[in-house]
Design a protein around this ligand. Structure first.
Ligand code: AMP
Length: 359
């Protein structure tokens, strides 16, 4: 086990084998690292670019340990890896980011409480455990409001809007009567995100704020740098990222999704303790993109320069969008990234396209 910077030729393990793991493995290879991937699903996108891959369930601690023993450092690309799994890996190898980043972000109630404790605003929220506490939360927060499961929500899943008090029971049933939080509606003018990295020695570097457009709960497009951001707002985004990165003792890249409330400033929606879809633009438009940046941090290397050399519009290829690959491949303005998923399914992220322009 080593705690100095990892030499090229070292092995970095990645828990999770989706497109994020694939792009991390590829960026790591460019720095001379081998990637080993651990993923419960067979034939995952990252396994086909990894030096070695392991297909076993998250709770197979023996398999996790066998994987970890061959790795000089281990990271994760998926925020719902069980904490017990990453703790098993951490007993055998170096885990970056640590388990704290998962523990504080897997549960929306714990996450928002942590964010407020770090001096950063969120929308108002309240804990909901049953229909009575939901009624009380509606009383204190007001309507409209959104009921969200505390755990395992992503891409808008596990959420139900409540517009009138008569909708409360329906929303509670819709989310599966699980531990939840009720959030006040943010009157945002747009959704932004800041993707940042924190090094082993605690340095934080952020990419410029990006503007994100969602449809059906899924990210469709990111425009970066976001238009009309003044220095004070960009500075506030760095302060927010620094407070969160330090509070998590995070090592590696993380993303903070924000609501832009205009005059009222920025509030945090959620944190992703990993590389993020809203940072995909950086791989073509910045000196050091998010995937290289993450591998640098995990390896204990100095962070690269996140400054953009171009503006970028990133468009996700969702489901059948990816069938247009021949046209996209023929478009000299399109930088095409495909994830190697065997099957096109509706709502599935199949790839993305970055289109650059002059800053
Ligand atoms: P989430 O899974 O929490 O990121 O929510 C998915 C999307 O729902 C966000 O990107 C927003 O567009 C919307 N949303 C979530 N929470 C709120 C909120 N409290 N107020 C307004 N819109 C929200």
């Amino acid at each position: 086990m080593t705690h100095g910077p990892l030499a090229p030729g070292s092995t970095i393990g990645i828990l999770g084998g989706g497109q994020l793991g694939r792009m991390l493995a590829t960026a790591g290879a460019a720095l001379g690292f081998d990637a080993h991937v651990y993923e419960p699903e067979p034939d995952c996108p990252a396994s086909r670019v990894a030096a070695r891959s392991y297909c076993a369930p998250w709770d197979d601690i023996g398999a996790v340990e066998a994987f970890a023993r061959r790795c000089d450092a281990i990271t994760y690309e998926f925020e719902n890896v069980p904490v017990e799994t990453v703790e098993a890996a951490a007993r055998v190898s170096v885990l970056r980011p640590g388990s704290k980043s998962l523990e504080l972000t897997q549960d929306r109630l714990i996450e928002k409480t942590f964010i407020n404790g770090a001096g950063v605003d969120t929308v108002p929220f309240a804990q909901v455990d049953d229909i009575d506490s939901l009624e009380a939360a509606i009383e204190s927060i007001g309507l409209p409001a959104v009921l969200k499961t505390r755990r395992f929500g992503y891409d808008g899943k596990g959420q139900a809007w409540i517009r009138e008090s008569g909708d409360a029971r329906k929303a509670w049933v819709a989310i599966g009567e699980q531990p939840a939080i009720l959030e006040g509606a943010a009157a945002f003018t747009r959704e932004l995100s800041v993707v940042a990295a924190r090094s082993v020695d605690g340095q934080v570097k952020a990419f410029p704020l990006a503007e994100n457009v969602h449809g059906d709960g899924i990210l469709k497009q990111t425009k970066a740098p976001a238009a009309g951001i003044d220095a004070a707002t960009q500075g506030r985004a760095l302060e927010i990222a620094t407070a969160i990165g330090n509070g998590l003792d995070h090592v590696g890249v993380f993303a903070v999704e924000l609501f832009d409330l205009g005059e009222a400033g920025l509030v945090v929606n959620e944190i992703a303790p990993r590389v993020h879809n809203t940072g995909h633009w950086t791989m073509d438009a910045c000196g050091c993109g998010q995937f290289e940046q993450h591998m640098r941090a995990v390896a204990g290397w100095p962070l690269g320069d996140p400054a953009p050399h171009s503006a970028c519009v990133m468009t996700n290829l969702i489901g059948e969008d990816a069938l247009a690959w021949e046209d996209l491949a023929a478009d000299p303005a399109a930088r095409l990234h495909l994830y190697g998923k065997r099957e096109v399914r509706s709502g599935r992220k199949m790839g993305h396209v970055n289109r650059l322009s002059t800053l």
